[in-house]
Structure formats: C-alpha cells, structure tokens
Design a protein around this ligand. Sequence first.
Ligand code: S3P
Length: 450
Amino acid sequence: MEFRVRRAPRIEAEITVPGDKSISHRAVILASLSNGVCVLRGFLPSDDCMRTVQAMRALGIKIEQPEPEMLIVHGKKRLLTPPAGEIDCGNSATTMRLLTGLLAGQPFESRLVGEATLSRRPMERVITPLREMGADIVAEGPNESPPIRIRGSKLRGIEYNSPVASAQVKSAILLAGLFAKGKTTVNEPTPSRNHTELMLSYFLVRTAKEEDGGISIFGDQVPESRDFNIPGDISSAAFWLVAAGAQPGGHLLVRDAGLNDTRTTLLGVLIRMGAQVREAVEDVDQAEPRGTVEITGAPLKGTVIQGKEIPQVIDELPILAVAGALASGTTTIRHAQELRVKETDRIAAIAHNLRAMGAQVIELNDGLEIHGRGSLRGARVASFGDHRIAMAFAVAGLFADGDTIVQDAQCVQESYPNFREALDEIMNPKKVRMTTPVISSLSPSKGDDE
Ligand code: S3P
C-alpha cells in the first residue's frame, strides 16, 4: 500500500483520534492480572496492541472484543497459565519488553519471538535489570536480541538506576516487581511517560513516588478490577496538529485526546515554533487526563529540541522534524540517539526523506539539524517499515509542490489503522463547519510563556 498525497486545502476541522497505544497495552495487561471483569473502551485495535491481547489470551486470559474498540477482559487474579507455544510479538517492542518483565516471575517457561525488525531492537536494557532481580532469561539472538526465553523464577525487589529514560524499561521492571518479594524501585535519568504508574494506582496497586523522583512498587498485590476508558492518542493527533499548525490560517480541534503532561511536550514545542495552541483538560476521573486541544496555524520558526524534552516527545520527533523543514530558520534536535533504535533508524530515515523532498538536513549522531526553507517538493519517499515515518511524510506531502508518494505505508496499522481515511478527509474536506464552537475557556498550553 502507498499513500499519494498532494498539497492540502485550508485545514478547518474537528477530529478525534484512535485510542492511545501505550495506555491500551497497559490496560490489557493490568486488567488481565486483576481480580475480575474489566471493560476497556477506546482501545486501539492496531496490530501492536492486538499482539498484547493475543499474548494475554495465550497466557490463559479470556478477552472478548464485541466491538473493535471495546474489550471485556476477564482478570484471573494474577493467575497466568503456561502458553501452548511461543508468543509472537510481531513488530511490537512494547509487547515484548512489558511481557519480558511480566513473565520473569511466573512459575513457567515462555518464549517471545518477533518479526525481523523487532529482533534487531535492543532487549538488553530490560534483561539486565530483570536478571538482577533473579530472572532466568536467555536472549537467543546476537547481542541479547530476540527470541527471548524466560524460565520463570522467584524474583526479589531491587533498586535500579536505568541508564536510559525509557517507559518500556520502567514498565517491565514494575511488572516484574509486582511478582517480586519486597519493594522494587526504578530511577530514570529524566522522566519518561508515566502511564504504568498511573494505571497501577488506578487499579489500586500500592506504589510510591520517591523523593528523588524514582517510582517504587510493592510485590504480591492483586490489581482491583475496574473499567477503563482509554483517551485518544496525542502522538497520533500530533500529525494533524503539525499539519494545521504549519499552515497559516489552519485551525484544528482535537477532541478527547490524552493530555498526560508526560506526553504533551509537543504542544510546547509547537508554541515555541509560533503556532497558537490551547488545551483544556475535561476529565481526570480515570487517572489519565483527557480533553481538547486547539491549534491555529502560523508561519513556523525553527527551534531547539533537546535534553529533558526528548523522552517526552520521542514519538513526535519525526513529525516535528517535518515541522522544522516547513519553518524558517534552523531546527536542531539533540540527545535523541534513541531514535536510532526505533522501528527503523529514524534519524537516518528522516534525513533521507527530507532531502528527497528538497530540504537541507545535517545528520548528527544524536539528532538532526534542519535548515527550513518553508517549502518542500513532492517526491517518492520510503516508510522504512516505520509507521511514524510513513505518517510524518504523508503530512510533509500536504505542504509540497507536486505529488508525494509514501511507499510501503501499510505499517501505519501498527498505531493508526484509519490514518488513510483521516488523510483523505484532510485532502478532501467535507463542506461541514465545526459542529461546536471553540471553547473560550481553553487555557494556553504550557510553553506559552517560554
Ligand atoms: C512506549 C515508550 C517509548 C515509545 C514507544 C511506546 C511505551 O519507547 O517510543 O512508542 O508504551 O512505553 P521507549 O520506552 O523505548 O522510550
């Protein structure tokens, strides 16, 4: 499948986006461990999240899916049963890393496999701390890469100083900690997304935030079954927020998006670049804040994205790099070496595609320097099998002279199954104006005063 994209007409739209990917994975796992039936609404039925559903089914959990976005999970009070065969994580690193943590403390053996691209991604970062907890894990590929064989063992709580700010590493250790003796603490160099911590609390699992920022969990607890509504994925909304934000006169409302502040840093970046952004949290009942984001486009200017911001915009960097190419001046992304070990080497992929579209880009070891020219030319670009590269360059095509073709775009299924329909709507807007007036009470996003 490929996307053929042409310059967008003026964007004036009100949208919702599919459920949050990170939260969907975690909701399925915690509901499965809980002591009863949990109804999950707003679930993201993407390839990656379905891998986690299938894995939990393979571990003996009954999960019904009466509608694509609704799951009924029959928690079995932490009682998992040995899988009949190997568990296939597809291309989902979240599934593989979180499950490695979960399975380390189970009284049975399991084997996790994945597609070739997943098998190239670093797993040593979860295996090392889990071994410290007493786990018996063998990574069968070169340099501790998948397949991963886990012989469940009795775990003990540890305090771990993670060398990487990674929510997947943190979550794998916390899930192992739930089955370990005593207290398990994870410290990160800078904070990563905190969905696991929030959801553990929501399922009434006792955790503690340490004074120095670390997060602790106490073993031997059963999550209390509860229903959960998953908000829209702000990382999916990011593609349309940049599309509208980079278009002078563009105007977009995103309804019912997750507004967890470990995920909304992109809004501050867009404000720095000159867009007007406002957000309103409308609900925090279920641990995760959710609400509306409004963006009004403007001629963007370059910015620097680095340091503590990086883990909190890690998934948005491809589309923010596109925003940089559309901006005047230079946009610099530093300290983002993690991009090299995502679904593809995203630094190389972004540089390659932006150059194909006529932008001037310098590839750095840990980022990019993009000299924006305000315009791009249509080109044939590659997805590199990476959903966020495919979507970022489809949006780039909305600003290019001539057609842009994004090749091998089926990978968008991993996080945004109906991306193509949303793209078609942006290119061929129905003559419907916004159904609801813009909320005047929306407060400026953080970053306004930066
Ligand atoms: C995720 C964490 C991030 C992110 C990924 C989802 C999660 O990865 O890039 O898309 O759900 O925990 P890292 O933990 O490797 O930074």
